[in-house]
Design a binder for this molecule. Structure first.
Ligand SMILES: NC(=O)c1ccc[n+]([C@@H]2O[C@H](COP(=O)([O-])OP(=O)(O)OC[C@H]3O[C@@H](n4cnc5c(N)ncnc54)[C@H](OP(=O)(O)O)[C@@H]3O)[C@@H](O)[C@H]2O)c1
Length: 349
């Protein structure tokens, strides 16, 4: 069966990566691409790397242009999706790359985002532990999916195995992330100019203010953590690489836990996964090895002197962190092979 698809936000980074992956998907026909200020222009004027889609023109993003497809991807600035999702009630599958349908708590939404709160959808990170199972079980047959925040999914995938197995103390999580500026989208901002970023590392969203904190907390509670006992110190740092996230997350080792039990928590969580891979002891990931791949590489260190576990995870914010997660979740929802149109291999150097 071939599914017709509309992708909104198609001139942006997330929309562009969704299109790159869908262009090679044998079950998908990309019928409509939409944008906002760039509507009316050829798609390739904004996504010149998408040669196979050179015949498409960006249309206005309206309920009418998006309706009538089997699947709609929303890749819009947060706060914009809700108005379309209501109008897409008849669309069999809607996948939102934005934050509008990620959070279960309206109080957290008000605190970190503000504006109208919309109901939470199935969270699009299939490998995350949820109770004794995996999030993919909640994506089978799903009709509404919220793709993750890129930083949030990196940290959640890093720590969920330790929280689920009870081998780390989630009340004292510290995570510092090196992130590429594509995570902030394509719109022009002074702090994202090459002259500001090249040759520099720039922290942002410091001191408990970053919007991905409640999303991480929610995922770690779903993994089995205490509802009111997860505390996260979260510091992202912009670094001069166009794509990629390297998250270094540490937490205290739980009392009486052996090194073997700690390693086993991550290896049993991800041992059967294609796209989340735990590296052998002593090896740690580089962002360069996951660019363009739907892969998260995880390195684990047990620092007995500090009494902490350190988890280092690298992924491509646009692939595994957004579009790859969205397409993988779509595959599960449709019942086609989960890895279809997704590559575990990156491009290097
Ligand atoms: N970048 C990432 O790594 C990443 C990761 C995870 C999730 N996300 C999420 O994905 C969504 C898109 O992010 P992005 O990085 O792709 O941003 P982006 O590069 O700035 O693209 C934004 C897109 O939305 C369109 N748009 C802007 N305002 C609009 C409006 N009022 N109505 C309809 N369309 C509008 C833009 O169209 P014009 O160009 O025509 O103005 C553009 O196509 C965001 O919610 C973001 O949080 C992004």
């Amino acid at each position: 069966m071939t599914y017709s698809v509309a992708v909104s936000g198609a001139s942006g980074y997330a929309g562009g990566e969704i299109l790159r992956l869908l262009a090679d998907h044998p079950d998908i026909e990309i019928r409509t691409v939409t944008a906002h200020s760039n509507a009316g222009q050829p798609l390739v004027a904004h996504q010149p790397h998408l040669r196979s889609l050179a015949h498409l023109t960006l249309q206005d993003t309206t309920p009418d242009t998006l309706a009538g497809h089997d699947i709609v991807f929303l890749a819009l600035p947060h706060g914009q999706s809700g108005q379309y999702t209501d109008a897409l009630a008849d669309t069999p599958l809607v996948i939102d790359a934005g934050a509008d349908h990620r959070l279960e708590s309206s109080a957290e939404w008000d605190r970190f985002y503000g504006g109208d709160f919309h109901e939470p959808w199935a969270y699009g990170v299939p490998e995350l532990q949820v109770g004794a199972g995996k999030q993919r079980e909640h994506l089978v047959g799903a009709t509404r999916i919220a793709a993750p925040g890129c930083n949030a999914s990196t940290v959640a995938l890093s720590l969920a195995p330790g929280v689920a197995a009870g081998v780390i103390d989630p009340s004292d999580i510290v995570t510092v992330l090196a992130v590429g500026p594509s995570g902030a989208g394509k719109s022009l901002r002074t702090n994202l100019l090459a002259s500001e970023i090249l040759g520099s590392a720039s922290p942002y969203g410091v001191g408990g203010t970053h919007r991905h904190i409640p999303e991480i907390r929610q995922a770690l509670v779903a993994a089995g953590g205490p509802a009111d006992g997860i505390r996260i110190s979260f510091t992202p740092v912009l670094v001069p690489m166009s794509r990629g996230i390297l998250a270094t997350s540490t937490a205290p080792i739980a009392e009486g836990v052996s090194d073997a039990q700690i390693r086993a928590a991550w290896e049993s969580a991800y041992g059967n996964e294609t796209f989340v891979q735990v590296l052998p002891e002593g090896q740690f990931p580089r962002t360069a090895d996951v660019i363009g791949a739907n892969t998260a590489l995880v390195g684990l260190a047990i620092d007995r002197a500090a009494g902490r576990v350190a988890v280092l995870t690298a992924l491509d914010n646009l692939t595994k962190g957004t579009a790859g997660a969205a397409v993988q979740s779509m595959n599960i929802a449709l019942g086609v092979p989960e890895a279809r149109a997704l590559s575990v291999n990156g491009v290097a150097p």
